[in-house]
Design a protein around this ligand. Structure first.
Ligand SMILES: [Zn+2]
Length: 282
């Protein structure tokens, strides 16, 4: 990323520079104290298997408690399709089971309990994964199932501080990520009675500057009423997060060797980290 490159984006340049400044400010600020509070009732929303590990693996592994809810847990995607011989419905069952086992291993490693929403991922619904134009329609069709799965994982009546709910920002524009985000925003007031809500930068998508900047712009337009600030969560030893990512071997042709796809893109050189956005709440 260079100044020339920014200049060539024309109308997006202002947004890019503003984002770069917010990133620097986030890095200089101490992380919010309330986000450091953990609870066994914290809820991590993953549209797909692996989304929490790739986006927040180091953060989650440090906290060591909470629940992982993987919503679209019927899947036919593996990085090496020829390794699965089954066809049709059996193929979906075999791949979903394989990926569920990977998710359970990650959850165990990170100290999380886990649940599966049982929803079909976009291609199984006849959708292109990045068919963002269908997001409103699919959020209408699937929103009840998504919100029911979330509230089924709700904490008991709150006493003391509410636990955290971690929601994807849909950076990258995957249709299923947009469905989860739009549903959470639509039910934000009801959800807030049970949880404090933070939004995470989706990796690997946010590892590319253009995708990240465009994704955050779309997020801001969807969540315009929320006043959120970024917080910066260092990954520390890259090998630790890479070991977590490697718990999802079905998603890689070669084992992941670089941490770059698993840290948000920044305008200036920045230590590897994970990114959250949350409101300053009492
Ligand atoms: Zn995903």
């Amino acid at each position: 990323m260079s100044w020339n490159a920014v200049a060539s984006f024309g109308p997006k340049a202002f947004h890019d520079l503003r984002l770069a400044a917010r990133d620097v400010a986030a890095r200089r600020r101490p992380a919010p104290a309330d986000l450091a509070e953990t609870s066994a009732q914290d809820l991590y929303l993953a549209p797909h298997f692996d989304d929490i590990c790739f986006s927040l693996g180091a953060f989650v592994h440090r906290r060591r408690q909470g629940m992982l809810l993987t919503l679209f847990s019927r899947s036919a995607y593996v990085a090496r399709p020829r390794t699965i011989a089954a066809e049709g419905d059996e193929r979906i069952a075999v791949i979903s089971n394989l990926r569920q086992r990977e998710d359970l291993t990650f959850a165990r490693e990170a100290g999380l309990t886990s649940r599966f929403g049982g929803l079909d991922e976009a291609p199984l619904r006849g959708r292109g994964p990045f068919e963002a134009a269908r997001a409103d329609e699919d959020a209408r069709l699937l929103g009840d199932a998504v919100i029911d799965a979330i509230f089924a994982a709700r904490p008991e009546e709150p006493g003391g501080r509410r636990p955290w709910l971690f929601c994807p920002m849909a950076i990258g524009g995957h249709l299923d990520h947009l469905v989860v985000l739009k549903t959470v925003l639509r039910h934000h007031e009801a959800l807030r009675t049970r949880w404090r809500i933070a939004f995470y930068e989706d990796l690997h998508y946010a590892a590319a500057w253009r995708a990240r900047a465009d994704g955050l712009l779309r997020f801001q337009s969807l969540a315009a009423s929320l006043r959120l600030r970024r917080s910066f969560w260092p990954i520390g030893e890259a090998a630790g997060k890479l070991a977590l990512v490697a718990l999802y071997p079905s998603q890689f042709v070669e084992p992941p060797r670089s941490i770059r796809p698993f840290t948000p893109a920044q305008f200036i050189p920045t230590p590897v980290h994970e990114g959250l956005w949350s409101a300053d709440e009492p």
